[in-house]
Each structure stands twice: as C-alpha cells, then as structure tokens.
Design a protein around this ligand. Structure first.
Ligand code: FAD
Length: 272
C-alpha cells in the first residue's frame, strides 16, 4: 500500500480532424489509428507526476495509476504514460462499452477504479475531452464516489499537505480565480496550463515495455452491461454533421438608421 495514491483518467481521442462517424449510431468510429492522449489529460498526468515528486520529497511512497476506457489499441497510449512516470495502468475495453454517453462512461470508469487493489486519495481528470468536450466526466465521477471536486485547476500547492492534510487548488471561476483547500479523498479536473507533460526517460521506456497493463472487460469489474455503452446511455447523439461554413460577405452602408434597418432585415431573413 502506498502513502498516497493518485488515479488519472486518460482518454484516447482522434489525433486528426478527419473524424469518421458511424452513420447508424452517430458515434465516433474509433479505430485507434492516429489516436492520441487527450491534451487535457497529458496536463492531468503531469500534475500527478509533479505532485509525486513533491510527496517523494516529503519522504512519502506515492503511486500514480492511469485508467482508460477505450478500444484495445489504447494500451499503447497507457504504456506511454508509464514511460513518462506513471506506475501502473488499467484499460477497460469491451464491446459493451461502445457508444457510451457520459453517464455510462462514468459508471464503467467507477467500476474499473473500484477494481484497483488500492483506494485512491486523489482522482484527477482533464477539464474536457477534445472530441465529446462535455466536461462532464470529472464532476460526474466525483458525484459517483460522493467526494468533493474542483474543476479547471491551474495550480496545485502541496506545501501544507504534511501539516494540514489538504491540498491548495487554484482554479478558474466566475470571479476569476480562487484557491480552495481540499482534504482527501477528492477529485479535480485540470486546465491545460497546469503543466506540460514531461518527456519519457530511457528507464521509463524500458519500464513501460515490461509493465503489466491490466486489461479488463465489463465482467472482470462486475459492470452491469445494461448500464454500459449505448444500452446504458440515456443520451444518444441522434445526428452529427459538419456544419456548412458559409463565408459570404455583405456590405451594409447608408446612414446609421438605414444600416440598422438593413441589418434587422438581414437577421429576420436568417430566422425564416
Ligand atoms: P469529458 O467529460 O469532456 O472528459 C473529461 C475528462 O474525463 C477527460 O479529460 C478524461 O480525463 C476523462 N474521460 C473522459 N472519457 C474517458 C474515457 N473513455 N476513459 C478515461 N477517461 C475519460 N455524451 C453525453 O452524455 N452527452 C452529450 O451531449 C454528448 N455529446 C457528444 C457529442 C459528440 C460529438 C461526441 C463525439 C460524443 C458525445 N457524447 C455525449 C458522448 C461522450 O463523448 C462520451 O460519453 C465520452 O466517453 C465522455 O464524454 P466526453 O468525451 O465529453 O468527456
């Protein structure tokens, strides 16, 4: 058992804008080609690794586990996370998870995290995924585990942790920025500026090659298939399309009131 266990949720997202949608289910066709780690999750992982450095400095034994729900090819991305400093990885992969909305994704991730051999102290997600970009999973996971969550965190101060047992999280909010002190266990979602993911080390790359990435399916983590994937998703994308980007330009001239009248007519025309 470690003194401090961090779980980082990382999502594989299409690495190019050439995204193919399945015409039947209106979900993204994920073939793993060109898949990359969601950019916000690279910052989430760097945040965990920087905290690990701090805590090791405090003489603590720290563990960073990366967890993902995705197709089998996602395993190589998890190995890349280990090459950069994560200690172990869990991949949830099963046809039953396909087409999941955020509720079904949260359920599957929760089952996977509960199947780990150690409870977590800090759960870290990226602020959002660049494909679905609902920004819902982090707060939904915190709700599922009934723990507090701070979103859009740009800085974590660990200095006071050994004395008061809480972390100071600086995050963006309507008032601009505020610092929230949270005790463990808790969850957070990271802003991109929290940190740039470090490069893999030679030792890290070797560790990643030998690492035992746990690959589990729904049954392995006691996930009820009726609550997974499309079957477990109250939200279904009914239509997805690339909007036409019409760039025609129209000059509106005349006196101010003439211009206002013409503009009103043009806007009215858009709504017919
Ligand atoms: P976000 O909530 O934006 O992700 C936040 C963080 O959660 C990530 O940074 C990562 O840390 C973690 N995370 C997310 N997915 C995973 C994963 N698979 N494995 C590990 N960590 C993960 N679903 C809805 O419920 N409502 C919608 O309106 C909706 N609209 C969609 C629109 C489009 C165009 C697409 C492609 C999908 C949509 N979905 C919607 C489905 C949604 O994308 C999936 O449920 C997805 O698995 C999670 O949501 P997200 O991509 O928005 O993630």
């Amino acid at each position: 058992m470690s003194d401090f266990h961090m779980v980082v949720c990382v999502k594989a997202v299409p690495g190019s804008t050439e995204v193919k949608m399945d015409p039947k289910t209106n979900t993204i066709v994920r073939d793993g080609k060109q898949a990359v780690i969601n950019p916000f999750d690279t910052s989430a992982l760097e945040c965990a690794l920087a905290l690990k450095d701090d805590f090791i400095g405090f003489g603590m034994d720290v563990r960073v586990t990366v967890v993902s729900m995705g197709i089998p090819a996602t395993e190589s991305l998890l190995r890349d996370c280990i090459a950069r400093g994560a200690d172990d990885a869990l991949l949830l992969t099963d046809r039953a998870f396909a087409g999941a909305d955020t509720l079904a994704t949260t359920y599957a991730l929760k089952c996977g995290i509960e199947a780990l051999d150690e409870d977590f102290d800090l759960l870290i997600c990226g602020k959002m995924a660049v494909d679905g970009d609902t920004a819902q999973i982090g707060p939904e996971l915190a709700g599922a585990f009934e723990i507090p969550c701070v979103t859009d965190v740009s800085c974590v101060q660990s200095a006071g942790f050994t004395t008061c047992g809480s972390l100071a999280l600086v995050h963006g909010c309507d008032a601009g920025e505020e610092t929230v002190y949270l005790e463990m266990p808790c969850a957070m979602t990271t802003a991109k500026e929290i940190g740039q993911l470090r490069m893999p080390s030679i030792a890290g790359i070797r560790a990643a090659e030998e690492a035992d990435v746990r690959v589990v399916n729904a049954a392995d983590v006691n996930a009820d298939p009726a609550r997974c994937g499309l079957a477990g998703s109250p939200t279904q994308v009914v239509r997805s399309f690339v909007p036409d980007r019409d760039q025609t330009c129209e000059t509106v001239d005349g006196t101010a009131s003439e211009q206002a009248a013409k503009l009103a007519k043009i806007i009215e025309g858009w709504h017919r």
